[in-house]
Design a protein around this ligand. Structure first.
Ligand code: HEM
Length: 423
């Protein structure tokens, strides 16, 4: 009998420890959820919030409709001091006023929102389907041409039950995600082979505690640079061409400036020229105001704080919706109008710095913003020195999709006409 009890006691102890640990973890999670729920109760929130599910059921699953929905909420609640919604048990604040973004920039931790909870926002890939198709001509990752990794990631972000790796892999798009990720990694791997200097720098880099970066750390850094720096600038230039193509007067002003700097010469552009292209600079900034390449980004709040008078507990996520922020009529009168002159120094005085943050703000803002502006000026000045641009779509036809990068649903179509006389 004693021997029998002995042979059962080890598994029993194991099961008891497991149940105790599970109970403790569940209790901790529940009490943190309830605590946040009550602390954030005074903050205005979306209607139809259910315990544990939050507002997840009311969000559109299609990326275009979801983006429209979020922008719709910012209009509906434009006078609210702050706006909150719940995705499962995670609270989110939506920030789209300069005053609240300023608070956010001061308290947001260096962690991106999802990094702190789940593997959602890895820079695993912002490539759209078209680009993917180019690198995957055999259609190895079989998908509709326009469904890219960014779509997969943004869909997962909106569906809390897929945040758990196991559920996502078995019932969601986990396998498709991994398949595309492999293709993207092979792309960055090949790119890295060609860019030895960058790779050498990363290999020599160490953390503050003296540890070297792992292979995965290096891969993630390369991914971030490749994709944060590639898709964002490409999207931004697309929007500029559309806007100039539908505002001939602004296009003439750019070309006049180009004439003053380059005359009729075909010489390549240099850094001195870039400094002189002030109107083009305003055009790019205004395009990034109307169509910010990153239409929203999130951070985990690293400490308890007050935002606009509301107490917000540590661990809440704050999402800055630049697309809405940049349309605040207090700082950008007639916000839908394309007016590059808004960014001339004399017209920018008095505008709060956090009313316009296409490159984010605070910790972990865009490391490549100066480079991005230079890159855009080089490419756009070269195009506009040689061609006149005409837009083939109206603004209404473009239907922006706010995935991780803001792009028009069906791409941007323009006509290029060779310039014979550059005067
Ligand atoms: C118009 C072009 C660009 C725009 C609008 C833009 C915008 C942004 C934004 C909003 C963030 C913060 C994203 C977040 O918090 O989730 C970001 C981060 C970042 N960007 Fe850019 N970006 C542009 C171009 C570039 C370029 C050309 C590079 C590199 C050469 C670059 C490198 C990065 C990196 C490495 C980060 C991550 C910084 C960190 O997490 O510490 N970006 N960018």
């Amino acid at each position: 009998m004693a021997a029998l009890a002995g042979s059962y006691s080890m598994p029993l102890i194991g099961v008891s420890i497991f149940i105790a640990a599970l109970t403790y973890t569940t209790y901790k999670l529940l009490s943190s959820y309830v605590h946040k729920w009550f602390q954030m109760k005074p903050i205005p929130g979306l209607e139809g919030t259910y315990p544990f599910i939050g507002n997840a059921l009311q969000f559109e699953t299609n990326a275009g409709d979801f983006f429209k929905q979020i922008v719709g909420y910012t209009t509906e609640y434009s006078n609210a001091p702050l706006l909150k919604f719940w995705l499962g048990t995670l609270p989110f604040l939506v920030l789209f006023h300069a005053e609240t973004v300023e608070h956010w920039a001061k308290v947001a931790s260096a962690e991106k929102d999802a990094d702190s909870h789940l593997p959602l926002l890895h820079p695993d890939g912002l490539l759209g389907g078209d680009e993917r198709a180019e690198r995957d001509p055999g259609g190895e990752a079989k998908q509709d041409g326009r469904e890219g990794m960014s779509d997969i990631i943004s869909r997962r972000q909106r569906t809390p039950w897929f945040w758990f790796g196991f559920v996502y892999n078995y019932f969601g798009e986990g396998r498709e995600h991994d398949k595309i990720l492999k293709i993207l990694h092979s792309f960055t791997y090949n790119g890295t082979k060609k860019r030895r200097a960058f790779l050498d720098m990363l290999l020599k880099a160490t953390y503050e505690d003296g540890n070297k970066m792992t292979h995965q750390d290096i891969q993630e850094e390369v991914d971030t640079f490749m994709f944060e720096g590639h898709d964002t600038t490409a999207a931004a230039m697309n929007w500029v061409l559309h806007l100039l193509g539908s505002h001939p007067e602004a296009q003439s002003k750019v070309q006049q400036e180009l004439q003053e700097v380059f005359g009729t010469s075909d010489r390549p552009v240099n850094t001195e020229d870039l400094k002189k292209l002030r109107y083009l600079d305003c055009v790019i900034k205004e395009a990034l105001r109307l169509f910010p390449s990153v239409p929203f980004f999130g951070r985990n709040l690293g400490e308890d704080c007050h935002i606009n008078g509301f107490k917000v507990p540590k661990g809440a996520n704050a999402v800055v919706v630049t697309y809405a922020l940049h349309r605040d009529p207090r700082y950008f009168p007639d916000p839908e109008e394309f007016r590059p002159e808004r960014f001339l120094p004399e017209n920018s005085t008095g505008r709060p710095p956090y009313a316009y943050v296409p490159f984010s703000a605070g910790l972990r803002n865009c490391i490549g913003q100066r480079f991005a502006m230079m890159e855009e000026k080089v490419v756009l000045s070269t195009i506009l020195r040689n061609f006149n641009v005409e837009a083939c779509q109206t603004r209404e036809e473009l239907r922006p999709l706010g995935e991780l990068i803001l792009r028009p649903e069906k791409g941007i179509w323009i006509k290029l006409e060779k310039r014979l006389h550059k005067d």
